[in-house]
Design a protein around this ligand. Structure first.
Ligand SMILES: [Zn+2]
Length: 305
């Protein structure tokens, strides 16, 4: 099984600059490809990853500032050209459906695949997705307009059988495997209990990823981020612009590092850097003074969760 990983397609803030792209990420988690935000140029970045865009069935849009969704109409049109069949679900704040409708209307495009919108409006954390492997929750953020982050959590994995030991117990047959994989002991006909730990190997701990899009410093989110394996948190400004950051609904690198530290996450990726700071390594230097395992990302590089 491939381990979960994150690819950052773009991490720039709103003003375009050469060779940088606005926010967009692709998360592979246990057989699912999730697209998170969709700034301009997302499609061309996706092509470079060699991930087939038809594998994406769920798109999560944090908020309706253009640098987080202007690439979406392009992707929806490409799906049309590819004669997509699968249902595509877009999770976003109110308004996006109308925006897309207008685009499609005035280009006389009739979408040939099922397109579903899940409108997010709650100011509280809510579960918005669940399948056999993954659960996804919103993370309410504090920005200039209604904004959500997203928390992606793997579900508990089944244990692997210690097949050598399983075969030592003659009474166990193939129909018992699923129960053993779920962590149950095996009870023989004479009542003898064979402990599960004899029959299985320890399963890998479920992993988690949190995406915190545009937000001012918001300690309220710490409780949602406890112990996540990987956190992306915006850091538009350096510390000397702390006040400006807060007033504009954004964070500094130290703010992001504080959130990471207080949430006890394992690793922090910074992003959404303002163009007024051409040397972005400074964001990493500042963040590391508070939370050591902080990095600025490289686009298109897979980061293991
Ligand atoms: Zn924004």
């Amino acid at each position: 099984m491939i381990n979960s990983y994150l690819i950052i397609l773009g991490y720039n803030s709103s003003l375009p600059i050469y060779n940088h792209h606005p926010t967009s990420q692709i998360l592979y988690m246990r057989e699912n490809y999730f697209l998170i935000d969709c700034g301009e140029g997302t499609q061309s970045q996706l092509i470079k990853t060699k991930i087939k865009i038809n594998k994406i069935n769920n798109i999560f849009i944090s908020h309706l500032h253009g640098d987080h969704y202007y690439g979406l109409i392009g992707i929806l049109s490409t799906y049309q050209l590819l004669r997509r069949k699968n249902i595509l679900t877009i999770y976003s704040p109110k308004g996006l459906k109308e925006i897309i409708k207008v685009h499609l209307k005035w280009s006389s495009t009739k979408i040939c695949y099922p397109l579903k919108f899940v409108i997010l409006s709650s100011r509280k954390k809510e579960k918005i997705f669940e399948n056999k492997n993954v659960k996804i929750y919103t993370i309410p953020l504090e920005h200039k307009i209604y904004t959500n982050g997203f928390l992606f959590k793997e579900k508990k994995k089944l244990k692997n059988l210690n097949i050598d030991n399983v075969k030592k117990i003659k009474e166990i047959n193939i129909n018992d495997y699923i129960n053993i994989k779920k962590g149950n002991n095996f009870v023989k006909k004479d009542g003898t209990i064979i402990p599960n730990k004899f029959l299985t190997f320890k399963s890998q701990k479920p992993l988690s990823y949190a995406f915190c899009s545009d937000t001012k410093y918001s300690p309220k989110i710490i409780k949602f981020l406890k112990n996540v394996d990987l956190l992306y948190h915006e850091s538009t400004y350096l510390q000397k612009f702390k006040k400006l950051a807060y007033n504009r609904g954004h964070s500094t690198a130290i703010d992001a590092a504080n959130i990471a530290k207080l949430s006890k996450v394992k690793k922090l990726i910074l992003g959404h850097f303002s163009n007024r700071f051409p040397y972005i390594k400074l964001f990493e230097y500042e963040a590391k003074t508070t939370f050591k395992n902080s990095i600025i990302p490289k686009t298109l590089k897979p980061y293991k969760i």
